[in-house]
Design a protein around this ligand. Structure first.
Ligand code: SF4
Length: 521
């Protein structure tokens, strides 16, 4: 870059750290500049976990340094310890001031993963009188237009059929006759094992990474400036560079993938990660490409290093679920964000912020959230999400909490997973029924109940498991709404039995006691 004049101002957002980004493909180091900004609004519009803030900032600063090594000019705004010294509080504010300073002919950015940010950037560009070009996010297998075409005319969207469509389209785990490898599309039946009384087998250690000076600076900043935010930033061990992300993928495929499938849904005391990859973090930052994850897993199966049930389960999450969720988000926003099918209005109880509860399963899951800004999918769906739904939490509030507390949460992936899948706020766009259960499911899939003061089999009385009480109360409260759902007929039949026995009054009374105790705790 020879002077202060800039042709294209190329924006790179915190979840767009893709070295092969479409925004960078034609960048001219003599004419253009990359623009990146750390802004307070992104860490405070939901009250973010310290570890989440630290991982985003550290990954962004490392990416800045990588781009500079490529010879690119990078205009980068760091958050300051003293907020008064920040350049601005939002992307829009900081961008407008740089557009005024450098008068670029055009702003270029990859489609943001957050509807709010996209509109904020469009408005800021309009205000500054500078055209903005949104480019397709080529990180994904399926473009938004392709998903919209797929969804067009379909009465309902089922992930399973979309997943099969993606397998066929991209030739993933398909045999030479066009049939799925192994003769079936999914191996869910093999992937629902619990550990039983003996507990998990030896679990290989997760790959972790030493912090460097850049990360240490970020941690110091976060601990000073965001001291009152939830959680701790001490255990920053996820990959925050491309090199680390590739090492984490290799480690997962070699050491964890072979056992991942069968234990996918199992939980165990003090085990945050088990055989899960945590690759959602570098994937959602775009440090990893989904194709390299899928290809590495499929190669492991083809070379006999991992069984098909594990590989298919992993591929389904990336090629199926992740792409499906993104499509659902973009074809349904902004209306989707306001959906509240069950008309739930409650706040999250305070133990969703500090883990202080007698419910062992919630305390265990929250411990992982507070120390690692992570818990695996069954703890999210069937412990924390399940509780929030049974409690009657407003689905958008649950999404906001998830956005604040999880390292891998970005709006496009969090909203359909929380508001839709977990809280049934969309009434069945993402899932075909509410994902709810009493304590028996948690008891079957973990050893949490043996260390809990509640009894998963009891639905009333002092020792009753709150999940069990609230499950029946939830079904009772929503009987009319759920009665037309074919997949809810069996639970509603069982509820009818309780009604006939005259047991529901006591369930309602116990649920009311729990609400009186925890609603404003
Ligand atoms: Fe959770 Fe209920 Fe089991 Fe306690 S008894 S760990 S609250 S499911």
């Amino acid at each position: 870059m020879q002077s202060d004049s800039i042709r294209n101002l190329v924006l790179v957002l915190g979840d767009q750290l893709d070295p092969g980004s479409s925004a960078l493909k034609d960048i001219d180091s003599n004419l253009d500049a990359v623009w990146m900004a750390e802004v307070a609004e992104e860490n405070t519009h939901v009250w973010c976990h310290k570890l989440r803030i630290a991982s985003f900032l550290s990954a962004m600063r490392h990416f800045r340094d990588e781009l500079a090594k490529r010879g690119l000019r990078v205009l980068y705004h760091e958050l300051q310890t003293d907020p008064a010294h920040d350049r601005g509080t939002s992307f829009a504010e900081v961008m407008i001031s740089d557009v005024a300073a450098y008068s670029p002919k055009k702003i270029v950015v990859v489609d943001p993963g957050d509807y709010r940010v996209r509109h904020q950037l469009q408005a800021a560009a309009d205000d500054s009188g500078t055209p903005i070009e949104f480019r397709e996010d080529t990180h994904f297998y399926c473009s938004i237009e392709q998903f919209a075409a797929y969804a067009d005319g379909r009465k309902s969207l089922l992930m399973e059929f979309f997943y099969r469509h993606m397998r066929r389209t991209h030739g993933v785990l398909m045999d030479e006759t066009g049939e799925p490898e192994g003769g079936q599309w999914n191996f869910d039946h093999d992937n629902r094992r619990s550990f039983g009384r003996s507990g998990p087998p030896d679990i290989p250690a997760q790959k972790s990474f030493r912090r460097d000076a850049t990360t240490q600076q970020v941690l110091d900043l976060v601990n000073q400036r965001f001291a009152d935010h939830p959680g701790s930033a001490e255990k920053l061990s996820v990959p925050i560079t491309r090199r680390q992300a590739k090492a984490a993928l290799k480690h997962f495929v070699e050491h964890l993938l072979p056992q991942f499938g069968q234990w996918e849904d199992a939980m165990w005391t003090d085990e945050a990660f088990l055989f899960h990859s945590r690759l959602s973090v570098p994937l959602n930052l775009k440090l990893l490409n989904p194709r390299e994850c899928v290809n590495a897993a499929v190669d492991a199966w083809r070379t006999g290093k991992a069984p098909l049930n594990s590989v298919e389960g992993f591929v389904r999450q990336i090629l199926g679920w992740r792409e499906f969720i993104r499509g659902v988000y973009w074809v349904n926003m902004p209306e989707y964000e306001g959906l509240n099918h069950l008309n739930h209005q409650r706040e999250l109880p305070s133990f969703f912020w500090d883990g202080d509860t007698e419910m062992n399963c919630v305390r265990q899951s929250m411990q992982h959230v507070l120390t690692d800004a992570y818990s695996h999918h069954i703890q999210r769906l069937m412990v924390l999400g399940n509780f929030a739904q049974l409690w009657g939490v407003h689905p958008k509030k649950f999404h906001d909490w998830h956005m604040a507390m999880y390292l891998d949460a970005v709006d496009w992936v969090s909203l359909p997973n929380t508001l839709g899948m977990s809280q049934f706020g969309d009434g069945g766009v993402v899932g075909t029924k509410p994902y709810c259960s009493g304590g028996n499911y948690i008891n079957k899939m973990s050893n949490f109940c043996s260390g809990c003061r509640f009894n998963p089999r009891e639905r009333t009385g002092e020792d009753a498991c709150p999940f069990t009480t609230l499950y029946w109360e939830f079904l009772d409260r929503h009987t009319d709404r759920l009665s037309s759902n074919a997949r809810m007929q069996m639970p509603l039949k069982n509820l009818g039995r309780l009604r006939q026995q005259g047991d529901l009054e006591a369930v309602r009374a116990r649920a009311a006691e729990l609400h009186a105790a925890w609603d404003h705790a």
